[in-house]
Unconditional design. Structure first.
Length: 228
């Protein structure tokens, strides 16, 4: 499954005086690489009436950033059975505006620098591969990534992380997952893979810290901490 998503020729990391302990970096997309929070709220609010759920006001976002996915579903009274449909429709709606969405400030430089030091570079996301592909090409970053993998389940990333690790014949400690949400941290922990929680995305720094990630980064420049 993962092999079908490989794009282009594998790129070996460049020899450098600085070394990376990980052979592969796998990134979440929304909130980690792409600044999609505002667009996501707009799409959710447009869909909300169709599902009989309330819209989210801008002033509520900060409080929601402290909550887990399960707590958010309870807070917004979203039935779990509705989640797959909301995701499918939402990613389709995002496609119309994907070309105008922006990179997280500083991520272009961070991605370009980190790519020099690792053998494999990929994305694991709940967004669609088509959206991610268009976004990366629009920002001139598609060639950095060997693969883009998507899971339609908000809680299905652990299985995909294990599959990616096996596809590239990596030991658990040779792969690093990077994400901005509590569910990213939990997925990596479940897959027994080191991980970076980034505080510039959806979940708050406080909530991420409580989840005890391997690393906690507050700005893209912090990726240089992975080099020695």
């Amino acid at each position: 499954m993962i092999r079908k998503l490989l794009a282009g020729s594998p790129r070996a990391g460049r020899a450098d005086s600085l070394r990376m302990k990980y052979r592969a970096l796998v990134f979440d997309f929304d909130g980690t690489i792409a600044d999609t929070l505002g667009e996501t709220r707009n799409i959710f609010n447009e869909l909300a009436p169709d599902y009989g759920i309330r819209q989210v006001e801008e002033h509520e976002i900060e409080a929601l950033r402290h909550l887990s996915l399960k707590q958010i579903l309870v807070e917004l009274k979203i039935p779990k059975r509705r989640v797959p449909s909301i995701i499918a429709r939402g990613t389709g709606m995002m496609r119309a505006n994907i070309e105008r969405l922006q990179l997280i400030e500083g991520m272009r430089e961070a991605l370009t620098e980190m790519r020099k030091h690792v053998k494999s570079f990929g994305i694991l996301t709940s967004n669609s591969t088509a959206n991610v592909d268009v976004f990366l090409r629009n920002h001139g970053l598609r060639d950095h990534f060997e693969f883009v993998s998507s899971t339609s389940k908000l809680t299905g990333k652990a299985r995909h992380l294990r599959a990616i690790r096996k596809t590239f014949s990596l030991n658990n400690d040779e792969m690093l997952y990077i994400g901005d949400e509590l569910r990213d941290v939990k997925a990596a922990q479940k897959a027994n893979i080191p991980h970076v929680a980034v505080s510039w995305g959806f979940n708050s720094r406080e909530s991420l810290l409580k989840a005890k990630p391997t690393y906690l980064f507050d700005r893209p420049e912090d990726f240089r901490r992975l080099l020695d």
